[in-house]
Ligand binder design. Structure first.
Ligand code: FAD
Ligand code: FES
Length: 280
C-alpha cells in the first residue's frame, strides 16, 4: 500500500554537519510511517508554500518516533528546509521506493568483505544501511569521498560503527587520503576481496564504480537520483530507460544497471527534457 497522505513532524534538533550540509531530527506523533522505512527508501518532504522534494533519511527509529534528514543546500527547497528551527513543523509523505536488499550470505562470504562507497551527501542514505550491515557478522569497509575537509560529515558517526575500516578521501588532500573515492576503491580492490558492494553519490562516480565492480565481478546495488514529482509511479517524471525510480528504484542492482543506457549519461529536468550528466 502506498502512503498518499502527509504526516506532520516537529523538528527537535538541527545540526550544521558541514559547510553546506544540514541535519534535522524530526519527531512524529504517529510512528506508522517510520515502521515502513528501510535503508535506501525515501520520503517526500513538503514545505507548504515552497516546494516538495525527495530525501532518504540518514536515521530513523520507530521506538523514539524520530527520523533524521540530512541534506545539502542546492536550491530554494533545501535552503528553506535549512532555515527551519527546532519547534517548527514539516510535512512528510511516504516512504517510497524499494530500498537496499541485504546481500546473499554464503559460506565463502565470511572470508570476504562488503564494500560501501559514498560520495558527498550520498553518504547520508548509506548510514542506516551501514548500521544494518554492522549488526551482521559480515566484514565491512566504507569509503567516504568529499571535495575538501570543510565538506566532511558523519566521519565520527561511521567510524564508531566500523572503526579502522573507514577510508576518507578529499579531492584536495585536506583530510584523509588525497584523491577521489574512486581512487581509493581502485587501491582497495588490489588488496582485498569483496563479495558485494553498495553505493550512493554523484552519478559520474557511480558509473565509474559500476564499471570497476563489473570488471571484478562484484555484484552491487546503487541508489540513483532522478526528478521525483508524484513518487506514486504515475507521472513518469522519474523514469530512467522506462523504469520509474520512485517505484522500481531508487536502488538498482548491477543486473539492471548494466541494461540502463541513460545511467551515467542522461537525466531529465523538471520539464521532462533530457540533459547530459556532466562530471563536475
Ligand atoms: C530518492 C532520492 C533521495 C534523495 N535523498 C537525498 C538526501 O538524503 N539528501 C540530499 O541532500 N539530497 C537528496 N536527494 C536530492 C534532493 O531531492 C534534491 O537535492 C532536492 O530536491 C533539491 O531541491 P531544491 O528545491 O533545494 O533545489 P532546486 O533548485 O529545485 O533544484 C536543484 C536540483 O535539485 C534536483 N531536484 C530538485 N527537485 C527535485 C525533485 N523533486 N526530485 C529530484 N531531484 C530534484 C534537480 O537535480 C535540480 O536540478 C535525493 C533525491 C532522490 C531522487
Ligand atoms: S515521480 Fe516517479 S512516476 Fe511520478
Amino acid at each position: 500500500m502506498v502512503a498518499r497522505y502527509y504526516v506532520k513532524g516537529i523538528i527537535t534538533s538541527k545540526k550544521r554537519e558541514s559547510e553546506n550540509v544540514f541535519s534535522h531530527t524530526i519527531y512524529f506523533e504517529d510512528s506508522k510511517m517510520l515502521r515502513k522505512l528501510k535503508p535506501g527508501r525515501f520520503v517526500m518532504v513538503w514545505l507548504p508554500g515552497c516546494d516538495e522534494f525527495p530525501l532518504s533519511p540518514s536515521f530513523y527509529d520507530h521506538v523514539s518516533s524520530t527520523m533524521r534528514l540530512t541534506f545539502r543546500i542546492v536550491g530554494l527547497g533545501t535552503k528553506t528546509l535549512a532555515s527551519l528551527n527546532p519547534g517548527q513543523a514539516i510535512f512528510v509523505r511516504g516512504p517510497y521506493g524499494n530500498g537496499f536488499i541485504m546481500p546473499p550470505i554464503t559460506k565463502s562470504s565470511s572470508e570476504k568483505s562488503i564494500l560501501v562507497v559514498g560520495g558527498g551527501v550520498g553518504i547520508a542514505p548509506l548510514v542506516p544501511l551501514i548500521r544494518a550491515l554492522t549488526s551482521t557478522s559480515l566484514n565491512l569497509h566504507v569509503i567516504c569521498g568529499f571535495k575538501s575537509a570543510i565538506d566532511t560529515f558523519f566521519v565520527d558517526e561511521i567510524s564508531k560503527f566500523i572503526g579502522e575500516n573507514l577510508t576518507v578521501t578529499t579531492d584536495d588532500g585536506s583530510m584523509g587520503i588525497r584523491g577521489t573515492a574512486i581512487d581509493a576503491v581502485e587501491e582497495l580492490l588490489k588488496q582485498k576481496n569483496f563479495f558485494y558492494a553498495f553505493a550512493c553519490g554523484p552519478e559520474p562516480m557511480l558509473f565509474k564504480l559500476h564499471k570497476m565492480l563489473l570488471n571484478k565481478e562484484v555484484p552491487h546495488q546503487m541508489l540513483l537520483e532522478r526528478y521525483v514529482k508524484c513518487a506514486l509511479g504515475v507521472c513518469g517524471s522519474c523514469t530512467i530507460d522506462g523504469l520509474r525510480l520512485c517505484k522500481e528504484g531508487p536502488v538498482f542492482n548491477d543486473t539492471i544497471l548494466r541494461r540502463l543506457s541513460e545511467f551515467g549519461r542522461f537525466k531529465r529536468l523538471a520539464s521532462g527534457i533530457r540533459e547530459l550528466i556532466i562530471d563536475s
